[in-house]
Design a protein. Structure first.
Length: 206
């Protein structure tokens, strides 16, 4: 095994379920040589972020730190392009996740089970977030998230724009649940006053 391969195997970004395919996005955008440089620099930034906050919470380590590292590295090698590149990746990743959720929720009885337990799902969704206007009925759920810990962490690190990649994932994968019509028109990470989640029972008008 060569030193190059050993180094690649040690990279945390290479084994990140959420972000490992970002390297392919970089290769398509900039070619393999520049993509490799961005990837190495992002790994370096990620390690520095983790070393600076060894007791950081799981969401910061799993989502915010990698997103910030990839954003900063992309911006370093491709100034003024990081937001577009990371958002594009977020959208593609969200679509892949949406397809997975569509298959899982296609199983008989899953949509009915989801709506039966929507109060518990809403409580789980809102855990750790600041929110208002939580409403759960038999066929409807609404929630306005006014404070996002992922965004707050990225903002504290000086790179709030990085979280938009995660928001783009959210916008896509949330449409993958069968039996649920999902709408969201606003995002805290994009400068709005809240993330306005609206879920409707799409089976109601069958």
């Amino acid at each position: 095994m060569t030193e190059k391969i050993r180094n690649r195997k040690r990279m945390k970004l290479d084994i990140s379920f959420m972000f490992r395919k970002f390297r392919k996005e970089l290769e398509e955008q900039y070619g393999p040589k520049k993509a490799a440089a961005i990837w190495r620099y992002a790994e370096h930034i990620l390690q520095k972020l983790e070393a600076a906050e060894p007791d950081a919470d799981k969401n910061s380590r799993s989502f915010v730190f990698p997103a910030v590292a990839l954003y900063r590295a992309t911006e370093h090698y491709a100034p003024d392009e990081a937001l577009a590149v990371t958002r594009a990746y977020g959208t593609k990743t969200g679509i892949r996740m949406r397809n997975i959720f569509r298959k899982v929720t296609a199983l008989p009885g899953i949509p009915a089970l989801m709506w039966k337990n929507m109060d518990k799902i809403a409580a789980k969704m809102s855990s750790g977030y600041e929110y208002r206007n939580l409403v759960v009925t038999e066929h409807f759920c609404s929630l306005d998230v006014t404070g996002c810990p992922l965004y707050d962490k990225a903002k504290a690190l000086g790179t709030p724009e990085a979280v938009q990649m995660i928001c783009c994932m959210d916008k896509e994968y949330m449409t993958g649940f069968r039996g649920v019509k999902y709408e969201r028109t606003k995002s805290v990470a994009e400068g709005d006053d809240c993330c306005d989640y609206r879920l409707y029972d799409s089976r109601k008008n069958r």
